[in-house]
Every structure is written in structure tokens, then in C-alpha cells.
Design a protein around this ligand. Structure first.
Ligand code: PRP
Ligand code: ZN
Length: 300
């Protein structure tokens, strides 16, 4: 086995909605990447992990075919690929190992502005352009609607204007693509978010250990995003009320204050944002000298 085989290969979307949040997640997990001239591959300088930049639709295939061990991709792509593989009598050779807190979007039906829509029966006999033919076919089948699926490889949003379709079935995130193309969202086919997938193939121990470390770091990164560290002074008598007011904290540390027998310092990690309203309520309950700090890293 040469050295290259012991480096993990992770597929990431080359340019799209998931690219920046994916790279941000990896950076927060401690990865330093140096990108080659071709920009197609990123070399992990401080971890045995390399990143391949590809089209998101190709990510499940790259894991399926053992080119990559891991992938960061949307559930929408995963579900479409599962249906496609099933239709061909194959089984998916990738596993979803983490739900991620970014890439939220939905696969939706959208009609040109000014077109009426009264539920799925309005789709009967219509031509629907999409890059998600399997998810769309399932949606139509479950509603017993016969329509024509026009499978495209991209630029779905312009299909109605070109006369290639009556409406579209495409991903909507902010809605700006639909707006720019005068399309109106009328029905959700699938809700989606980003996930981490891995090969079900057993990896050599060195590689597997890095997969586990990455999973733990991702867990930590996602936990701290909303977390705050709060410090305050409080009268001992007010402790029950103050603990009740601290949002999403488990067991605060209570420290005696030298020279003030009736007062304590309270330090706590809050697993939610701490708003001004909370601080105001804490003050009313008797708290003083309050300090709220961001949490950078967390490991259980
Ligand atoms: C999706 C979709 C739209 C866009 C919608 O592209 O194809 O073009 O996002 O987002 P918006 O509602 O914020 O405008 P994606 O990044 O998944 O890339 P791809 O479809 O080209 O693979
Ligand atoms: Zn895509």
C-alpha cells in the first residue's frame, strides 16, 4: 500500500451553495488546505485528508465507486441517487453519517408567474423540467398524476421561457433564482440539508481513526456555533431563579466570592444564544457583572 492510499479523500461541491459552508466547516475542524494550480484538488497540510472539488451531483458516485471515502453533499442529491440506483437494481454504497447544519433548501415545483395552480391535479399532462427526474417521478406517482418529465442537466430555470417545459422542479434556497426568472414556487417535493456521507467499506485503521476524529470535530463545531459562555455574580439566594433563566445550560459552576459570603460567581455554557432580554431578566433576578463570551471549541 503506498502512502497515497492512507490519505482520506473527501468530495466537496466545486462551486455552488455548499462550497463556502463546506470549506468553513473543514477549516473549523482544523484542516489547512493548499490548493493546487488546477484548483480541482486541495491537499491537507496538517491532516492526511485531501479534498476533491467536483459537481455536487457526482459526489455520491465518487463514494459509490471508491474514488472518495467521504463526501459533503445535499440530502436532495443523496435521495435522487438512491432512487436512481434502486431503479437500476443496484444498492447504494454510501452511508449518511452526519446531519449538517447548513445547506438547507427544498426541491420545489415552480410555475411561470401568472400561471394558475390548484394542487397536484393541475400538473396533469404538463411538461416539467428538472435535474431530479427520480424524485419528481416518485412525487407524481404517489399523487397518481400523469405528466411528462423533461430531464435536463442544468439551467432548469430557463426551460419554460425557451418553451421546453410548462413548469420546473428545482432546488430553492433563498428563492432569488426563481424570482430572477419570474417563477412562482407552488409545491415542495423534498426538504433538504447538507450531510456527510462515507463509504461502507472498512477502511485501514489509520484512515478510520481520522474519520472518527473528523466526526468528533464536526460534532464539536456544530455544538459551539450557537453556544455562549456566560459569567456573572449572583446572591446565593437567587441561584435557583438564575439557573432557571440560563438558556440551555446543564450544570453551571458555582464559585464562592472572597469577602462576600452571600454572593457567588456563576460560570455556565449555554447551548443557545444569550439575548439582551435574558440578561435583563438575570439582572432583575439579582445578577451583576455579567459577561457573555463566544465559545471557540468544545469536546465532550
Ligand atoms: C441550486 C439550484 C438553483 C439555486 C437556487 O443550485 O439549481 O440554481 O441553487 O438557489 P436560490 O434559491 O438561493 O437562488 P446548486 O447550488 O445546488 O447547484 P447545481 O444545481 O448547479 O448543482
Ligand atoms: Zn447539482
Amino acid at each position: 500500500m503506498d502512502e497515497g492510499d492512507l490519505r482520506l479523500k473527501l468530495a466537496v461541491q466545486k462551486s455552488g451553495r455548499l462550497t463556502d459552508p463546506s470549506l468553513d466547516l473543514l477549516t473549523r475542524c482544523g484542516l489547512k488546505l493548499s490548493r493546487g494550480k488546477d484548483q480541482l484538488m486541495g491537499y491537507g497540510e496538517n491532516m492526511p485528508l485531501d479534498v476533491l472539488f467536483v459537481r455536487d451531483d457526482d459526489i455520491p458516485d465518487l463514494v459509490q465507486e471508491d474514488v472518495c471515502d467521504l463526501g459533503l453533499v445535499g440530502m436532495n442529491v443523496i435521495e435522487e441517487k438512491r432512487l436512481e440506483l434502486a431503479a437500476r437494481g443496484h444498492r447504494a454504497r454510501f452511508e449518511v453519517v452526519r446531519t449538517l447544519d447548513f445547506g438547507r433548501c427544498r426541491l420545489s415545483l415552480a410555475v411561470p408567474e401568472g400561471t394558475s395552480y390548484e394542487g397536484p391535479s393541475s400538473l396533469r399532462g404538463k411538461r416539467i423540467a428538472t435535474t431530479y427526474p427520480y424524485l419528481l417521478e416518485k412525487f407524481l406517482r404517489e399523487r397518481d398524476v400523469q405528466a411528462e418529465i423533461v430531464t435536463l442537466s442544468g439551467a432548469v430555470e430557463i426551460a419554460p421561457r425557451l418553451g421546453r417545459a410548462d413548469l420546473i422542479c428545482d432546488l430553492v434556497s433563498t428563492g432569488s433564482t426563481l424570482q430572477a426568472n419570474h417563477l412562482r414556487e407552488v409545491e415542495t417535493v423534498l426538504e433538504s440539508h447538507a450531510v456527510l456521507i462515507r463509504t461502507p467499506v472498512e477502511l485501514p485503521p489509520q484512515k478510520d481513526e481520522w474519520v472518527q476524529r473528523l466526526l468528533m470535530r464536526i460534532e464539536g463545531v456544530q455544538q459551539v456555533r450557537e453556544s455562549k459562555y456566560i459569567m456573572l455574580h449572583a446572591p446565593r439566594a437567587a441561584l435557583p431563579e438564575i439557573r432557571r433563566l440560563l438558556p440551555g445550560s446543564e450544570s453551571p459552576t458555582i464559585i464562592p466570592l472572597e469577602g462576600f459570603p452571600d454572593k457567588v460567581a456563576v460560570h455556565a455554557v449555554c447551548r443557545e444564544n444569550v439575548f439582551w432580554e435574558t440578561l435583563e431578566s438575570l439582572k432583575k433576578a439579582g445578577a451583576s457583572a455579567m459577561l457573555v463570551l463566544p465559545v471557540e471549541k468544545m469536546l465532550a
